[in-house]
Design a protein around this ligand. Structure first.
Ligand SMILES: O=c1ccn([C@@H]2O[C@H](COP(=O)(O)OP(=O)(O)O[C@H]3O[C@H](CO)[C@@H](O)[C@H](O)[C@H]3O)[C@@H](O)[C@H]2O)c(=O)[nH]1
Ligand SMILES: [Mn+2]
Length: 424
């Protein structure tokens, strides 16, 4: 089958339903009727009716906007199986995780985020994971080293049994995720993995109790007497996958960027810039994923889904970034505060909602501010100093974004750190 005849990697589906449309039109009709009624009888009533008329006019205007947005909802369906059938060489991806405080963001959470990314269904020799630690914490580095050891066992286990959720804390806490397989071999492997994970948690807990997790010598020497507000850059390569094994452990790099008290560090945006710059020198993948440290990839095929869009568009300028919606893990029953309500559904026709700051795959070129027309790679601008500038680049340079959801892919873990509870 020639390339042009290959089935598309994604499809746009119209979600239009007649009944919701009729309801929206009825409400609009009622709004206009009310406005007409107010206008006709305005003379007979006083100031109050005028105020009511203004309020109702505003509501009607908002409703017209809402009906416009919802008129032709479109969702995107991706086909990762078709991507795999094409036998293409999949493009490399650099994955970024940011963390800022090992107390407010416990390392076991960050470690789960990293492990869920390392074990996605994607060739390991095409992946690299970079962790930015704004606290320059030896504890975070220690935990990352331990996590890499655990991941060497966890990744083959996940791939062998096609584990549906690759964040171990979540996998081991939900029985429905592993009751399907009753073979004795699986049971044995499962028990081994559970023990390994328990051991990892224990090591991390014990390290967190101490003032320093281990002796600050050798690889840890960079952390001796470190002041998290003023220190030089620390970059540590934890694993490399030198043999380029597709089933091995992807490269893992720890980064704590330079900080000086008289230099604004721009919080997460500053960290993202450093991640983009360091990865540009080390692996320079054409695509980048950024995830907060309190989230995990809820679907092992998340990268393949994103690639369906990034590779499936006719022209790369049609898709600058692909973002996934977030869902809160362990939300309250019946969601009384509407935390899980997702308002972006169907917005693909409008290029999706605004960039949410996490769970997002970018083309590297977009972040560098390179114009879509500039195929030569010349004219690269300095990386913007705040990630919000990504929007501006997208707008100015005519890149487009894409919202994509097949189920919820990035789950946010809610936890209330004890310190904050006491403080409030
Ligand atoms: O100096 C800092 C401060 C924060 N972070 C990291 O940035 C991420 C998000 O910070 P957080 O305090 O958790 O912000 P939230 O309000 O929970 O996050 C939402 O809002 C942010 C913008 O305000 C976005 O950047 C996030 O992606 C989005 O999830 C976390 O991974 C932090 O570790 C840093 O790396 N360095
Ligand atoms: Mn957060």
């Amino acid at each position: 089958m020639s390339k042009t005849e290959a089935p598309p990697l994604y499809e746009r589906k119209h979600l239009t339903k007649i009944i919701p449309r009729l309801i929206e039109l009825t409400i609009l009709f009622l709004c206009f009727s009310l406005l007409g009624y107010r206008l006709l009888h305005l003379k007979n009533h006083g100031f109050i009716w005028l105020v009511a008329l203004l309020c109702e006019s505003w509501f009607t205007f908002i409703w017209i906007v809402v009906v416009n947005i919802k008129w032709n909802p479109i969702a995107i369906k991706t086909h990762p199986e078709r991507l795999l059938q094409r036998n293409l060489e999949l493009p490399p991806l650099d994955m970024f995780v940011t963390t800022a405080d090992p107390v407010l963001e416990p390392p076991i959470i960050t470690v789960n985020t990293v492990i869920s990314l390392l074990s996605v269904d994607y060739p390991a020799n095409k992946l690299a994971c970079y962790l930015s630690d704004d606290a320059a914490s030896p504890l975070t580095y220690f935990c990352l080293v331990e996590a890499s050891e655990f991941a060497k066992l966890w990744i083959p286990f996940c791939k062998k049994y096609n584990v549906p959720v690759r964040a171990p804390f979540r996998y081991f806490s939900d029985q429905s995720l592993f009751t399907g397989n009753s073979s004795s071999e699986f049971q044995e492997d499962w028990n081994t993995m559970k023990d390994e994970y328990r051991r990892l948690c224990q090591k991390i807990e014990e390290a967190a109790q101490k003032s320093v997790p281990c002796e600050l010598t050798g690889d840890f020497a960079a952390f001796v007497d470190i002041d998290k507000r003023s220190h030089p850059t620390i970059i540590k390569v934890i694993s490399e996958n030198k043999e380029g094994l597709p089933d091995g452990l992807p490269p893992i790099v720890y980064i704590s960027r330079e900080k000086r008290p008289n230099h604004a560090h721009h919080f997460k945006a500053g960290a993202m810039n450093v991640l983009a710059r360091v990865s540009g020198v080390m692996t320079n993948a054409p695509f980048m994923l950024n995830v907060d440290c309190d989230m995990f990839a809820n679907n092992p095929q998340v990268v393949l889904h994103a690639m369906c869009l990034l590779l499936g568009v006719k022209d790369e300028t049609d898709c600058g970034f692909v973002q996934f919606p977030q869902q809160f893990y362990d939300g309250l029953k019946d969601d009384p505060f509407g935390n899980q309500m997702y308002l972006g559904r169907g917005l693909a026709g409008h290029q999706g909602p605004l960039y949410g700051g996490t769970g997002c795959f970018h083309r590297r070129k977009v972040i560098y501010g390179s114009s879509p027309e500039d195929k030569s790679g010349h004219g690269m601008k300095a990386i913007s100093c705040h990630l919000c500038f990504v929007f501006m680049h997208l707008g100015i340079m005519n890149w487009k974004d894409n919202l994509f959801h097949v189920g919820k892919h990035f789950l946010l873990i809610i936890y209330i750190p004890l310190r904050s509870v006491k403080e409030t």
